[in-house]
Design a protein around this ligand. Structure first.
Ligand code: PBG
Length: 327
């Protein structure tokens, strides 16, 4: 006879919310969340981003206000994306000590100090006329010349007061180049969170509208990963750790839970997952239409990302989650 004991036990532990909570394996808390913000040069106030309902391009003043609000909500970290006035072939605004991100970091840090961890996205695509993440010559993205620029960007962010720099370009060798440049400049304490397994994904669509960073020609498939590849992600993560990444990231999150899971169990470094713009906007659009319940679907998604193995989640839903969890 088949014993019903195991089946009954599972039922007994689902009987009511108190018991379910007692045996719950994964909990979503604010302490793991990072909120992305866009800071735009030359504007007053805030501009709504059409493709991302509830998200804005912020002036520096607004970014400082936002930072204070995040501290009050209990969100521990932000990641800053810059939108410069001036773009050129070599992304010179990206490493300008008076550039939009550098000024924003200074002002935010002046206001909130250690109350908020400031992470900066290190990339060229928002700063180049062609919108690619590297230097372009004859229609090709050049890896090695890009490394020098990435290192300069990272050092300029560290000088401004960033706690963590996050290279999102996917050039080979950039973590090593950035680590060396930071150490040489005396920023041994500035950590690197590397976008290690970053897929060439359609889920970035809304972000590219938000940051005006759509490539003017071609796509990013020569440097970002093929969504079909899993083992290659482990290779990318391995190389980044070898080069000195302190935290590794998988991006996007929801369609890549298998990758997050594998990275978590294969390596002993903190794993971040980026719940990207397209994942956010899909939920927002469906919720606005009343097809899904926003709060429960967002909490389910974030819980699943965490269950898969993410220690840190970057998400545009962070402020809403804070309001839900704090209420
Ligand atoms: C810049 C960068 C992108 C994102 C983060 N950093 C866009 C891209 O690679 O095209 C995407 C974030 C999102 O979609 O929320 N390289």
């Amino acid at each position: 006879m088949i014993s019903l004991f195991p089946l009954r036990r599972l039922r007994r532990l689902r009987k009511n919310e108190k018991i379910r909570s007692l045996v719950r394996e994964t909990r979503i808390g604010l302490e793991d969340l990072v909120y992305p913000i866009f800071v735009k040069e030359g504007i007053e106030g805030r501009e709504p981003i059409k493709s991302m309902p509830g998200q804005y391009r912020l002036s520096i003043n607004e970014a400082v206000k936002e930072a204070k609000e995040l501290v009050e909500l209990g969100i521990p970290a932000i990641i800053i994306f810059g939108i410069p006035k001036h773009k050129d072939e070599i992304a010179s605004e990206a490493y300008n000590s008076k550039g939009i991100v550098q000024r924003a970091v200074r002002e935010i840090k002046k206001e909130v100090g250690d109350e908020l961890i400031v992470i900066t996205d290190v990339c060229l695509c928002e700063y180049t006329t062609h919108g690619h993440c590297g230097i372009v010559e004859d229609g090709k993205i050049l890896n090695d010349p890009t490394l020098k620029i990435l290192a300069k960007i990272a050092v300029s962010h560290a000088e401004a007061g960033a706690d963590i720099v996050a290279p999102s370009d996917m050039m080979d060798g950039r973590v090593g180049a950035i680590r060396e440049a930071l150490d040489e400049a005396g920023y041994e304490d500035v950590a690197i969170m590397s976008y290690s397994a970053k897929y060439a994904s359609s889920f970035y669509g809304p972000f590219r509208e938000a940051a005006y960073s759509k490539p003017a020609f071609g796509d990013r498939k020569s440097y970002q990963m093929d969504p079909a590849n899993f083992r290659e992600a482990l290779e990318e993560v391995y190389l980044d750790i070898q080069e000195g990444a302190d935290i590794v990231m998988v991006k996007p999150a929801l369609a890549y839970l298998d990758v997050i899971h594998a990275v978590k169990w294969e390596f002993n470094v903190p794993v971040a997952a980026y719940n990207v713009s397209g994942e956010y906007s899909l939920v927002k659009a469906a919720a606005e239409k009343g097809y899904v319940d926003e709060k429960s679907i967002v909490l389910e998604i974030l819980t699943s990302i965490k269950r898969a193995g993410a220690d840190i989640i970057l998400t545009y839903h962070a402020k809403d989650v804070a309001k839900w969890l704090n209420s």
